[in-house]
Write a new protein. Structure first.
Lengths: 114, 114
DNA sequence: GCGCCATAGTACGGTTGACGATATATATCG
DNA sequence: CGATATATATCGTCAACCGTACTATGGCGC
């Protein structure tokens, strides 16, 4: 699962959102780092719906514009929790390895003391 | 940056490795989760070398087989550290959002107390 | 009134990166 | 002699993301 997909699921975990709301929510969640493009978003929405990770919550018409709200399904929540755990482990592994880079000869014992 | 690429850089952070060694190191680092395919690995190695994130450390000939050892460059280490930080933030964001899913009406105050 | 911006969704072409399959070669083990 | 492990390389394909453009409406300032 890639970053945009992960953040879309993350945004939907708290509450149902429509497409444009997602763009802003994802920007917020990532401190402005990730700005979803329309092509990325709507493609991902279709794909995730097909995979059953998200579902259409409801549709509203506001000022002549259609708004489709999506919600995270139970299997989507499980997939997201899995992926979050995976990211945490990978980040921890990278940080451990980077510390070893700075102290190449350091033994496990010396590392434990430090 | 995607998962295989991230794990290749992670594996190289501690010490230089050659291609086949990387396949095993990445499997170890990810608890057997990620098994790099040859196609993925050598493609990524070429790409990362071109981007300057890794460098050829040395070449050895063992039993008539060539072994090319790669090492993480300084800019590769910086990129990896950046990405690790990013993954940690995303994982934390997902976990926070998933907690909100279970307690949809919970105020910030109630959340802080809990 | 007109242009600009925010909102909202749709459509499409291009690129990247990962993947599976396959090929090549040697050494070791049974 | 065949299977397995080591080791690198190439090819075609596909999923996912990206940029961009387009259609529409409503509010704001000039």
């Amino acid at each position: 699962m890639q970053e945009p997909t992960f953040l879309i699921l993350t945004a939907l975990a708290a509450q149902p959102l429509h497409g444009y709301g997602l763009i802003q929510s994802v920007a917020d969640l990532s401190d402005g780092d990730v700005r979803l493009r329309a092509g990325t978003l709507y493609g991902a929405l279709d794909r995730l719906t097909g995979q059953g990770l998200i579902e259409i919550d409801r549709s509203e018409e506001v000022d002549g514009r259609l708004r489709r709200y999506y919600r995270l399904s139970d299997s989507g929540a499980a997939a997201l929790a899995d992926q979050a755990e995976r990211l945490r482990r990978h980040a921890a592994a990278a940080e451990t390895q980077l510390r070893r880079r700075l102290a190449p000869g350091m033994s496990a014992l010396a590392e434990a003391v430090a």
